[in-house]
Design a protein around this ligand. Structure first.
Ligand code: CTP
Length: 397
C-alpha cells in the first residue's frame, strides 16, 4: 500500500528521533519514497548523514537555501507528497503548527501543505499533559491533523506516562490505514471501548468485565473501510488496533474529556462499558483495616458520555451509536435507552453470564433504529464489527 508513495518526513528535535531511523527503513522496505526534512534541533539527536543515507534522498534543512528554491521550491516540496509525516513531533513543533508559525523550513512546509498531515508526538509526560499542549492538540485535531500515539511507558527522561513516540511499525500501520481506499475515506469516526476504572484509593478501583474486544474489532473494521478512527479506550484486556489514533484513559471523567477533545467527528460509536458510578472523594492514601469497622464508600454518578454527545446542540456527529448491555428485557430496555439518551442507533446485547458474551469472542446483537429492530444471528465479534462498519458507511454516504 505504501509502494511508490511519496512521504515527506519531518524530523523534530527530540530523543525519539533515533527511532525515526528505524521508521525510515520500515517505510523503504514497503517501497515508500521518503524525502527527509530535519529541524536544526533534530540534528543534535541523529546525524543528517544517517538520515540522507537511509532515505537515499536529498535532505532538506534550511528555509533560505536558494539552490533548493530554484530546483523545486518549498511550496512544491510540501505539496508533491502523498503524506506529510512529522516524527517525532515535539511540543515546540506542535505549538508552531497550532499557531500557524512559519519561521523555519519544517514549520513553513507544514503551513504551506495541502496534503494530509500525520504526527507522531514525543515529549516528556508533563509537557504532554500541560494545558498549553492539550489546547494545541485540540486545535490540531480540529484542523484535521492525524495523531499516532503517543504511547504510555518509560521515557528517556526517567518518567512514566503518555509521551513516548509510537513504535515504527505502529506509524507504518497508521499510514497504511490512511491510504486505504474505502467507503469511509475522509470520514472521522470516534469509538469508545473497554471498561473504565474508578479509583477507591491509589491501589484499588471499581471496574467491570468488559474486555474491549467488541470496540477494538469495530475500530479495526472502520479503519479497514478507510475511516480515520480515534479510539478512546479504558484499560482493556486486548491490545489496541493498529492504524487508529489511540487515546488511553482510566476513568469515565477522563473518557468524556478525551471524547470532547477528539470531536468533531462524522460518527461516534460508544462501545465502552463505562462505570455508572465513581467513589466520591477517592482516598489519596491506601485505606487501612481498622478496628472501628468497615470503610464506607459514597458514590457519585458519572457523566453519561453517550447522552452528552447525542444531545449536543452544536457539532453533534451525524450518526451517534450506543450499545446497550442488558441482562433482561433486552429489546424493551434498549429501545427505552435509545430514546432516553438521544442516539440514532442502539446495538443491544444480552450480557447475562450464561450468554458468555461479556469477555467472550462472540456477540448476538439487535440493531435498533428509527426503522425498528433487526435481530442479527450470533457471530464472532469481528463479524459484528464488519457488518456494523458497512452499515455505518451506507448511512454516512
Ligand atoms: N455510556 C456512556 N457513559 C456512561 C454510561 C454509559 O457513554 N456513563 C454509554 C455506553 O458506552 C453504551 C450506552 O451508554 O453505549 C449504554 O450503556 P449501558 O451500560 O448499557 O447503559 P447505562 O446508561 O449504564 O444504563 P443502565 O445501567 O441503567 O442499564
Amino acid at each position: 500500500m505504501l509502494r511508490s508513495k511519496k512521504i515527506l518526513l519531518i524530523i523534530g528535535g527530540g530523543i525519539a528521533a533515533y527511532k525515526t531511523l528505524d521508521l525510515i527503513r520500515r517505510l523503504r522496505e514497503r517501497g515508500a519514497d521518503v524525502t527527509p526534512v530535519m529541524t536544526h534541533a533534530a540534528a543534535e539527536f541523529v546525524t543528517p548523514l544517517s538520515v540522507s543515507a537511509l532515505t537515499g534522498n536529498k535532505l532538506y534543512r534550511d528555509l533560505f537555501d536558494l539552490t533548493d528554491e530554484a530546483e523545486m521550491g518549498h511550496i512544491q516540496l510540501s505539496r508533491s507528497a502523498d503524506i506529510v509525516l512529522v516524527a517525532p513531533a515535539t511540543a515546540d513543533l506542535m505549538a508552531k503548527m497550532a499557531q500557524g508559525l512559519a519561521n523555519d523550513l519544517a514549520s513553513t512546509l507544514l503551513l504551506a501543505t495541502d496534503t494530509p498531515v500525520t504526527i507522531a508526538p514525543a515529549m516528556n509526560v508533563r509537557m504532554w499533559e500541560h494545558p498549553a499542549t492539550q489546547r494545541n492538540i485540540a486545535t490540531l485535531r480540529g484542523d484535521g491533523v492525524r495523531f499516532v500515539g503517543p504511547n504510555d511507558g518509560d521515557m528517556a527522561c526517567g518518567e512514566f506516562g503518555p509521551g513516548r513516540m509510537a513504535e515504527p511499525l505502529e506509524i507504518v500501520a497508521a499510514l497504511e490505514a490512511q491510504l486505504a481506499d474505502g467507503p469511509l475515506k475522509g470520514k472521522h469516526v470516534l469509538v469508545t471501548s473497554g471498561p473504565t476504572h474508578e479509583p477507591i484509593d491509589p491501589v484499588r478501583y471499581i471496574a467491570n468485565r468488559s474486555s474491549g474486544a467488541q470496540g477494538t474489532a469495530l475500530a479495526t473494521a472502520l479503519a479497514a473501510l478507510g475511516a480515520q478512527v480515534t479510539f478512546v479506550t479504558g484499560p482493556a484486556d486486548v491490545p489496541p488496533p493498529g492504524g487508529v489514533t489511540v487515546v488511553p484513559v482510566q476513568t469515565a471523567q477522563q473518557m468524556l474529556e478525551a471524547v470532547q477533545a477528539a470531536l468533531p467527528a462524522d460518527a461516534a460509536i460508544f462501545a465502552a462499558a463505562v462505570a455508572d458510578w465513581r467513589v466520591e472523594g477517592a482516598s489519596a492514601r491506601k485505606l487501612k483495616k481498622s478496628k472501628d469497622g468497615l470503610p464506607t464508600l459514597n458514590f457519585a454518578e458519572n457523566p453519561d458520555i453517550l447522552a452528552t454527545v447525542a444531545q449536543m446542540e452544536k457539532g453533534r456527529p451525524d450518526l451517534v451509536v450506543g450499545f446497550a448491555a442488558e441482562t433482561n428485557d433486552v429489546i424493551a430496555n434498549a429501545t427505552a435507552k435509545r430514546k432516553r439518551k438521544g442516539c440514532d442507533w442502539i446495538v443491544a446485547n444480552d450480557v447475562s453470564p450464561e450468554t458468555g458474551i461479556m469477555g467472550g469472542s462472540e456477540n448476538a446483537v439487535h440493531l435498533i433504529s428509527d426503522d425498528g429492530v433487526e435481530d442479527w444471528p450470533r457471530m464472532p465479534k469481528d463479524q459484528v464489527a464488519a457488518r456494523l462498519a458497512a452499515r455505518l458507511a451506507q448511512a454516512l454516504s
